[in-house]
Design a protein around this ligand. Structure first.
Ligand code: FAD
Ligand code: DHB
Length: 389
């Protein structure tokens, strides 16, 4: 059996696990990242695209923002469309901005930094088991290439996403979960086509929600609200672009470039919060701890803020022999998380078509959107939440 020792054992090489390892290394704290999938699989996943300014600052501190700041698209506003009406919400009055930069690219930058730091993740590990998490010396057992291994740690960070093992290691009597499952999903495509507009368009339409986003001036990332049991095989590129155009105001529909898609996938929507985020020497961060529906573009941003807070707490433990930040992690992260949950659930509820929606419900949605675009106070609250508190 292989035996290894580290200060922080990290499960998961998504953005949260990789960023945590990077922040810890810069402060002289050792970690080992265990990842179930292959490097190519992790690098190939297409997901988030909107990065808050506060997240950019953390990534800069982590030494991984150089390419993001060179190639990312800075946006100072967003479009909200309903029916034939389209309104721009401007961020500049609040000095707000977001950077449009794919999670795929960010993951690559983080992975390159781990490689350069001489501590790449351990890929393709199986059967990770957490042991003695409520004792001084927790352990991670796993197999790799058929060989059993044990990683002895001081702390374990569960950064293994919603379906990971770490949250499940917290005894059921301790763990509370709060969940809302939505009766629809998002069908997303990536295509080598110029975006419909230079800014993101969030659409509320009788036929359902749609989002026109981008990865560059020549690459579009678009989403359609879809049924949960959507079969991708039923969605030819032609059908996707026709449906998107049908939900856009006529003037914008004419700008849809029907290029072949490079990627197509369906994601279910969920709101979820676990608490506490700490049990003994185990700390949860990112999607392992919480899920937001993607509408507010908060998931990746929350994940990076979680690990920034957790890294600071772990560094205080080692460098200053202080545990107050570790003790405060769960409660203080949860406050931030619930605020993002509120915004994401609200934006989801006003933009999507719900089964059984009455004409009154639709009237309420349109009134919410009207209020949002016509009230300076409502716009300011939106900008505060969307660009990051
Ligand atoms: P993950 O990225 O899920 O990484 C977890 C890692 O752990 C994975 O690599 C997984 O393979 C590994 N793992 C799991 N189980 C185990 C195990 N047992 N052992 C070892 N490894 C394991 N967020 C935004 O902020 N802005 C957006 O615009 C946005 N858009 C989105 C659009 C879509 C369609 C989707 C699906 C998500 C979007 N998100 C967005 C959310 C964002 O992608 C996630 O919040 C983010 O990936 C969370 O990172 P993470 O590292 O916590 O988890
Ligand atoms: C993207 C995804 C989102 O969930 C969102 O709200 C905005 C943009 C994107 O993938 O570009």
């Amino acid at each position: 059996m292989g035996s290894l020792r580290t200060q922080v054992g990290i499960i998961g090489a998504g953005p949260s696990g990789l960023a945590l390892a990077q922040l810890l290394q810069l402060a002289g704290v050792d970690s080992v990242v265990l990842e179930r999938r292959s490097r190519d699989y992790v690098l190939g996943r297409v997901r988030a695209g909107v990065i808050e300014q506060g997240t950019v600052e953390i990534l800069r501190r982590a030494g991984v923002a150089r390419r993001l700041e060179r190639e990312g698209l800075i946006h100072h506003g967003v479009e909200i469309a309903a029916g034939e009406r389209c309104h721009r919400i401007d961020f500049t009055a609040q000095s707000g901005s977001v950077t449009v930069y794919g999670q795929t690219e960010l993951t690559k930058d983080l992975m390159d930094a781990r490689d350069a730091g001489g501590a790449p993740p351990v890929f393709e590990v199986d059967g990770v088991v957490l042991e003695d998490i409520d004792r001084e010396r927790p352990r991670l057992r796993y197999t790799r290439g058929g060989k059993a291994n044990v990683l002895e740690c001081d702390f374990i960070a569960g950064c293994d996403g919603f379906h990971g093992v770490s949250r499940k290691a917290i005894p059921a009597a301790v763990l509370k979960t709060h969940e809302r499952v939505y009766p629809f999903g998002w069908l997303g495509v990536l295509a080598e086509a110029p975006p419909v507009s230079s800014e993101l368009i969030y659409l509320s339409h009788e036929r359902g929600f749609a989002l026109c986003s981008m990865r560059s001036a020549t690459r579009s990332r678009c989403y359609l609200q879809c049924e949960l049991d959507t079969n991708i095989g039923d969605w030819s590129d032609e059908r996707f672009w026709d449906e998107l155009a049908s939900r856009l105001p006529a003037e914008l529909a004419g700008r849809v470039v029907r290029a072949p898609t490079i990627e197509k996938s369906v994601a279910p929507l969920r709101s979820f919060v676990a608490e506490p985020l700490r049990y003994g020497r185990l700390f949860l961060a990112g999607d392992a701890a919480h899920i937001v529906p993607p509408t507010g573009a908060k998931g990746l941003n929350l994940a990076i803020r979680d690990v920034d807070q957790l890294a600071a707490a772990l560094v205080a433990h080692y460098a200053e022999r202080r545990d107050d930040l570790l003790d405060a992690y769960s409660a203080s992260a949860l406050r931030r998380i619930w605020r993002a949950e509120r915004f994401s659930a609200w934006l989801t509820s006003v933009l999507h078509r719900y089964p059984g929606r009455t004409s009154f419900d639709r009237g309420m949605q349109l009134a919410e959107l009207d209020h949002l675009v016509s009230s300076a106070v409502a716009r300011a609250a939106f900008v505060e939440a969307y660009t990051g508190f």
